[in-house]
Design a protein around this ligand. Structure first.
Ligand SMILES: *Cc1c(COP(=O)(O)O)cnc(C)c1O
Length: 493
């Protein structure tokens, strides 16, 4: 099926509006109306200026056509590195829609919400077992908010020891949310260089550690997909000067069931349930970024926590040194339900298998593409692999062009220009969801694009050619943004 948008640009509702058309009309009132109850006519209106007028079928088709312009994990491979765009099993949705979960009001009494509380309690226990941590807070709504909550707990910990300290150390390969969260929590951010293998430079770290450092934030495996194999030594160096080791757990998909942050000397870390444990993400949808901590940080957990007393589950607010609430109610509860459904469905052996397959898939792509695409770091990688555009320097074709051309072949582009330590980075994470056939189709597209870049660079440099929207003028959009829709003044092309 060719979505309409590929023949003709889909107009805005305002543009396809026709005077007098109507989607739904309620019948005239056939019971007496109590004038006293009616709103004062001064506050009501019969017409809304510029309001689109459309039939029901106009509206349904408009949104259905728009939905066909979208790319989704349910359509094909979504190889965004770092994002772990895995398939979200539909049973998760079934479970999240059970009325007892979907219709639970967050202000229900604890008596009436035992099932929901039990789910949160059991999910926390499972995350503790998977990660080797003592407690988890499920409140943060995303990884980034988990980082902030974690750093605030670390800050409270140092404060109670007489000095909150001033600096958070972050490797130069880190995700941008790490320095942003540290800054928001009142810390000065200092970068630590990576070594030739792409891992944190241990001697640079040793030199820099001191009484002013509150925290090292380390992503493991790091954003090159490389496991920080010196993690235990790193933890010793950090702890020797009284600092804490924070692990960015966004890449946990690489070793669930194989290794545990708690065993590596990590004091606290966030998880992204919407990455590692399915649940949908992308498009700004709700996420969940639980934070796991070791015992020495327990006093600072956000409140309320879910506790089990006898056979009852209760919400506890008494925690005098808590950093307080970080999210309304209990976080994005629907995401907790989906993640718990996923964990239960896979079980311990299934989770292990998941990580194993994610690593296998990434290394399959690596082996099929290395030798053609430039591999800047040759260290063994786990669940994702980073290439660069250096091999195409002479052709003038850049990473952005390759990403755009992939769309012509029906694939979502990979993550590009991240991590920042790789010039022209292409970061590919297939996840465990993909079949051999889908991976082979992706490889075939990548190899064809490479051949095109050498034979006909202009073709790649002007891609995409088959999508509803062609190459965008990104500089123009940044320099001259049109932020307001003015009737009759829609700029096209
Ligand atoms: C995704 C990601 C984050 C941020 O997580 P959100 O859930 O998107 O807020 C942090 N660090 C790394 C390495 C990530 O991949």
């Amino acid at each position: 099926m060719v979505p309409r948008g590929q023949r003709d640009p889909e107009g805005l509702l305002f543009e396809i509006s026709r005077p007098g058309r109507c989607g739904f009309a309620s019948p005239p009132v056939d019971v007496p109306v109590d004038k006293q109850d009616a709103l004062d006519p001064r506050y009501t209106r019969t017409e809304i200026a510029g309001f689109p007028e459309l039939s029901e079928v106009d509206v349904v088709r408009h949104y259905t056509r728009l939905s066909c312009l979208n790319y989704a994990i349910d359509l094909g491979l979504y190889p965004l590195g770092s994002c772990t765009m895995k398939y979200n099993p539909k049973v998760n949705e079934r479970v999240a829609r059970l009325p007892g979960f979907a219709e639970a009001h967050p202000q229900l009494s604890q008596e009436a919400s035992q099932g929901c509380l039990r789910l949160m309690h059991d999910l926390e226990a499972a995350l503790c077992a998977i990660c080797g941590m003592d407690r988890f807070t499920l409140q943060p709504a995303a990884g980034a908010q988990g980082e902030l909550a974690g750093i605030l707990m670390a800050r409270a910990y140092h404060h109670d020891r007489g000095n909150p300290r001033q600096v958070v150390l972050i490797p130069d390969s880190a995700h941008g949310t790490n320095p942003a969260s540290a800054h928001l929590a009142g810390y000065r951010v200092e970068q630590v260089a990576s070594d030739a293998r792409g891992c944190i430079d241990l001697s640079a770290l040793r030199r820099r550690m001191g009484e002013d450092v509150a925290l090292l934030m380390l992503t493991n495996p790091n954003t090159l997909g490389v496991f920080e194999s010196a993690i235990e030594e790193i933890a010793r160096v950090v702890h020797a000067s009284g600092a804490l080791l924070y692990m960015d757990g966004a890449n946990l998909n690489a070793f669930v069931g194989w290794a545990r942050p708690g065993d590596m000397g990590v004091d606290l870390h966030h998880l992204n349930l919407h990455k590692t444990f399915s649940t949908p993400h992308g498009g700004g949808g709700p996420g969940a970024g639980p934070v796991g901590i070791r015992k020495h940080l327990e006093a600072y957990l956000p409140v309320p926590t879910v506790e089990k007393e006898g056979d009852r589950y209760v919400l506890k607010h008494e925690r005098p040194r808590s950093i307080g609430k970080v999210r309304s109610f209990y976080g994005n509860f629907g995401m907790l339900v989906r993640a718990w459904a996923y964990i239960l469905a896979l079980g311990p052996a299934g989770l292990r298998r998941m990580s194993e397959t994610a690593v296998l898939n990434a290394n399959y792509l690596r082996r099929r593409l290395e030798g053609v695409y430039h591999l800047p770091y040759r260290e063994a990688s786990l669940h994702e692999v980073v290439f660069s555009d250096r091999h195409l320097e002479a052709t003038g074709v850049r990473t952005l062009d390759i990403a755009k051309r992939l769309m012509d072949y029906g694939f979502h582009p990979m993550t590009i220009y991240f991590p920042l330590i790789v010039r022209g980075a292409m970061m590919i994470e297939p996840t465990e969801s993909e079949s051999r056939e889908e991976l082979d189709a992706f490889v075939a597209a990548m190899l064809r694009i490479d051949a095109e870049a050498r034979r006909d660079p202009e073709l790649v440099r002007t891609a995409p050619h088959t999508t509803p929207v062609r190459r965008l003028d990104e500089v123009g959009a940044a320099r001259h943004p049109i932020l307001r829709w003015v009737p009759g003044k829609v700029a096209r092309d």
